[in-house]
Design a protein around this ligand. Structure first.
Ligand SMILES: [Zn+2]
Length: 213
């Protein structure tokens, strides 16, 4: 499996593309907003001959959904989200107005996750982990063969997701990290929604907000 990360929009949100050796791929949290960002994404996809199959969102905060409508129209692929994100997605046009993204258009969801389901993309298998707290229907994607976790805004390198937004719950966030993430092997590489990658083992030892047991 190959992975590419992009940093998009003023929130420097990480958008990821993963793909297998046959080019079957998925895009996670498309946050591209400007013409240039969208062009960069399209060029990468076409130059690497990637056939995108899914838009997989970890959650629906505005910085993670700014490019969903564009990607959905461009590639005609389903937008996938957890049903508990409905209130966040429903409010996203208001958030876009507040944060100054006048061209944002909310996309409709085509497929809803179930907890612990496996999403197959060519020969990539992603397990959907339900990790609420930063957002009520937040999920993370675990690819066991290569030991990769794409976790949105749950666990960052030396930090954790904010819980001062509406519908956040700090206790849930801590519980999600302890039960769903810190139980993965220490060697698992974590690709968060902002900032650079880390590993489960490193964060258990060095994360100032939540130590491992
Ligand atoms: Zn977020």
């Amino acid at each position: 499996m190959q992975l590419k990360s992009f940093s998009f929009n003023p929130f420097q949100e990480n958008t990821y593309i993963i793909w297998d050796q046959d080019g079957n791929g998925a895009i996670i949290d498309p946050g591209c907003y400007t013409f240039e960002e969208r062009q960069e994404l399209k060029t990468f996809v076409s130059e690497n001959k990637i056939q995108l199959k899914f838009i997989l969102n970890t959650h629906a905060h505005i910085d993670h959904v700014l490019g969903v409508d564009f990607v959905k129209n461009e590639y005609k692929i389903p937008f996938c989200l957890h049903p508990k994100e409905i209130p966040i997605l429903s409010d996203s046009e208001n958030r876009a107005a507040v944060y100054g993204f006048p061209h944002y258009q909310a996309a409709s969801v085509d497929r809803w996750y179930t907890d612990n389901e496996i999403i197959t993309i060519g020969n990539i298998e992603l397990k959907v982990l339900f990790v609420p707290g930063h957002a009520p229907g937040h999920v993370a994607f675990y690819e066991e063969n290569n030991g990769i976790l794409i976790d949105g805004d749950v666990l960052f390198r030396r930090s954790v997701g904010r819980t001062d937004f509406p519908l956040c719950n700090h206790a849930d966030l801590m519980q999600s990290i302890r039960t769903e993430l810190y139980t993965l092997p220490d060697s698992v590489k974590v690709y968060p929604g902002h900032g650079g990658p880390t590993t489960i083992g490193e964060e258990k030892v060095s994360n100032p907000y939540i130590k491992g047991v």
